[in-house]
Design a protein. Structure first.
Length: 413
């Protein structure tokens, strides 16, 4: 695309995202790992239950196992035995009696209900019940939670705290998952210095690579960090070759804006097919995507907020698709009123950072975090959402309805 494109010819966010996703496919390589190492991993095949959960009919309460015909409000039933978790009742269960039972214990054969102990009056010669039970009351049936042979999780599920205990309860000790995505990362520019090192004149810290690495790790990627590549054509070419050979995706920060991509574009054209786009979004107008010999390539803008935003809106869904996760949903957006006036010029979809809160009337509202410059990264730490202003919308007055998109786990406080 012509670097001098007008705003009317800029690629929309939706168009860019469609191009990214249509040119990518999930990895297919898998590995089998212990369940204790599987948090955050993506299932590569459906997980089928090898047993019923619970494995047997059991009591949901401490109380008394009964047959319905034996229970009346006047009857006193002798206790014929006890059943504990791990120690079921053994022997014959005489008619006209009950069994003392604890939570989780297998119910004796013939049990039609369990009456909780709070509804029982213990006497010297037995137990009188203060409530009549309903059929099946307080009895957990075998397979009530999970049936043997049932699909517990489909392929493409993320394993987390809600899923892994289910697998553990089924006795599943290992899971077949997709291997982790390998992502190579580096920044370009003589003006950059690694975090923690002293700054020379004219230098700034390389916060973009630091930020992107944190988000990659949260997405479960294996990060191959090439550090900072100086403005040297040969060094840059070698960095791209090495990254392409080792990774599924190569991500760079800087070097894709007008006037700073002369040999970067030349090198990338040598090594693959690269589309240098200009997007109709703010911040984050310069963004590059393409394919090297082996890996996909994403070039992020150099400004910190622009780099984080384009990663969040474009690279994040790309990596999620590549990882094999099939249940990811696009960010939820909804309308609220803004309590702040918002500066906006028509021409680009604007992602301003905002603070979503509940007012005294219990209604959601949003306010700006303040200055929205593409270098003001504190707007992310102060905010909890994007205020998404339509491409052709102009300035917004306080009290107008706006669209908000709450931050997900990559950015939320």
């Amino acid at each position: 695309m012509d670097c001098c494109s007008t705003t009317s010819s800029l690629l929309s966010l939706e168009q860019a995202l469609e191009k990214l996703l249509s040119q990518s496919a999930a990895i297919t390589q898998t590995e089998q790992i212990p369940l204790v190492q599987a948090v955050g991993r993506i299932t590569a095949q459906p997980l089928i239950s090898p047993l019923n959960v619970p494995p047997f009919d059991n009591s949901a309460m401490d109380g008394y196992a009964v047959r319905l015909a034996d229970v009346t409000l006047d009857a006193v039933l002798p206790v014929a035995g006890k059943a504990f978790a791990g120690q079921p009742f053994q022997g014959q269960w005489p008619a006209g009696s009950c069994i003392r039972i604890m939570t989780g214990a297998p119910v004796p054969e013939g049990t039609e209900a369990v009456i909780m102990q709070e509804q029982a009056e213990v006497l010297e010669n037995g137990v009188r019940f203060t409530h009549l039970p309903k059929p099946g009351q307080n009895v957990r049936r075998a397979g009530e939670d999970v049936r043997c042979g049932a699909e517990v999780l489909p392929a493409g599920s993320r394993l987390g705290v809600a899923e892994l205990p289910i697998l553990a309860s089924l006795g599943i000790a290992q899971a077949t998952v997709y291997r982790r995505l390998k992502v190579a990362l580096f920044s370009t520019g003589d003006e950059l210095q690694a975090v923690g090192q002293p700054l020379a004149d004219g230098q700034i810290y390389d916060t973009n690579r630091f930020t992107v690495r944190l988000m990659l790790e949260q997405l479960g990627c294996d990060v191959i960090d090439f550090g900072i590549i100086r403005d040297d054509e040969q060094a840059l070419r070698q960095a791209f070759k090495d990254a392409d050979a080792q990774a599924d995706v190569v991500i760079t920060s800087g070097g894709v804006s007008v006037g700073e991509a002369d040999y970067t574009k030349q090198i990338l054209d040598e090594l693959g097919e690269i589309a240098f786009w200009k997007l109709a979004i703010k911040p984050g107008k310069p963004f590059a995507f393409g394919r090297l010999d082996n890996a996909l390539f994403c070039g992020l803008p150099g400004n910190p907020v622009s780099a984080a935003l384009t990663f969040y809106q474009l690279v994040q869904p790309l990596l999620i698709k590549l990882s094999g996760y099939s249940q990811w949903q696009p960010p939820k957006r909804f309308k609220v009123k803004t309590t702040s006036p918002l500066k906006k010029t028509p021409g680009r979809l604007d992602f301003q950072r905002g603070v979503l809160s509940v007012n005294a009337e219990g209604m959601l509202e949003v306010s700006t975090t303040g200055h929205q410059g593409s270098h003001v990264f504190t707007s992310f730490s102060q905010g909890n959402c994007f205020i998404v202003l339509e491409r052709e919308r102009g300035a917004v007055a306080a009290g107008e309805w706006v669209t908000v998109e709450p931050f997900n786990h990559l950015l939320e406080r």
